[in-house]
Write a protein that binds this ligand. Structure first.
Ligand code: PEP
Ligand code: MN
Length: 346
């Protein structure tokens, strides 16, 4: 259930409501909206609870949440959420453009990437330091050394950093260097990891699992939200189907579908979604046309030399052109993408 508090209610009244909900054996989660504060009461529904909460002071109304995902649902929070992490803003009208190499490979590579994607219009830098690779014999990432290089790139360019965390034990370490924790597709249903990032105060980019349904995806986000971390970005990155012409199948209908049901920002990863660099610019434009709140795109100064995902990686020049097209598409849709100089030098 969602307890909608009256407009302008005092902090003590919200705290009292949280305690009341806990006394009833339910879990309470405060969700601050721009208009109103609501308190989600989560747990098994019992008779008379709704009336009991309705009778409390400073309560405007109590609404049952029908969706299985509670805090993520638009019923809980009708206004869109904007996730902000340093230079990255996504959701509630803001389009975030995250770009950079699949993996951090060297100081020169990540600094060159950061400068190039910033000049092309990116508002955040991606780069994997801990890499989930299908084969144990493939490059596994530079680990903490890679995190240090990402932090140096942020220091120089002012771009927020997005990097993957694969295990709960690494959350604290990675939070020291990054602005956004990425949960990779393979880990979408790693519930201990979801809870661990939910306990941190670092924004989270959650990728859809390649065989996850939309409901499973939203319930994975719910694991993070339920721990108190409200800064979650959903990322469609393609699913596995019978089709083999692309690495994955990129179902862009998931963008408007999600936006009809959740207040969380929804972004698209056309790099992993297609696996083919030549298709990435079109899918970037299509994602923006479909209403995406942002993109995450693999870009490398020398794509052919990339140590991972070379076939789907754009050169800075192609990426720049793709962002320009996206900017025009956004304008046609009555939206805007902040200009290339939007991110100040740190
Ligand atoms: C990545 O972003 O490089 C990555 C491994 O993505 P995914 O988890 O979507 O496969
Ligand atoms: Mn990759």
């Amino acid at each position: 259930m969602i307890v909608v508090m009256k407009r302008g209610v005092r902090a003590e009244a919200i705290q009292q409501m949280v305690e009341r909900i806990r006394e009833m054996g339910l879990r309470a989660q405060v969700i601050e909206g721009s208009e109103r504060t609501v308190v989600a009461a989560i747990g098994e529904k019992r008779d008379g609870e709704q009336q009991m909460l309705e009778s409390c002071t400073d309560v405007e109304r109590v609404v049952p949440i029908l969706a299985p995902y509670k805090i993520a649902s638009l019923e809980a929070k009708p206004e869109p959420t904007c996730v902000q992490a340093g230079s990255l803003m996504t959701g509630d009208g803001h389009i975030g453009i995250i770009a950079g190499p699949c993996s951090v490979e060297s100081e020169e590579q990540i600094l060159e990437s950061a400068r190039a994607v910033k000049a092309a219009g990116a508002t955040a830098l991606r780069g994997g330091a801990f890499k989930p690779r299908t084969s144990p014999y493939s490059f596994q990432g530079m680990k903490e050394e890679g995190l240090k290089l990402l932090a140096a790139a942020r220091e120089e360019t002012g771009l927020a950093v997005v990097t993957e965390v694969m295990t709960p034990e690494h959350v604290e370490l990675i939070c020291r260097y990054t602005d956004v924790l990425q949960i990779g597709a393979r880990n979408m249903q790693n519930y201990h990891l979801l809870q661990a990032v939910g306990e941190s105060s670092c924004p989270v980019l959650l990728k859809r699992g390649p065989s996850a349904t939309m409901e499973e995806f939203l319930l994975a986000a719910e694991y993070i939200l339920d721990q108190g971390n409200q800064q979650v970005i959903l990322c469609e990155r393609g699913i596995r189907t019978f089709e083999t012409h692309t690495r994955f199948t990129l179902p862009l209908a998931s963008v408007p579908w999600l936006k009809e049901r959740t207040h969380l920002p929804v972004i698209v990863d056309p790099s992993h979604g297609t696996g083919l660099a030549s298709l990435v610019p079109s899918m970037c434009a299509a994602s923006i046309a479909a209403g995406a709140d942002g993109l995450i795109v693999e870009v490398h100064p020398h794509p052919a030399e990339a140590r991972s995902d070379a076939a789907q990686t754009l050169s800075p020049a192609v990426f720049q052109e793709a962002v320009e097209v996206c900017r025009r598409v956004a304008e046609a849709m009555g939206r805007t993408i902040a200009g290339p100089q939007a991110v100040p030098v740190a």
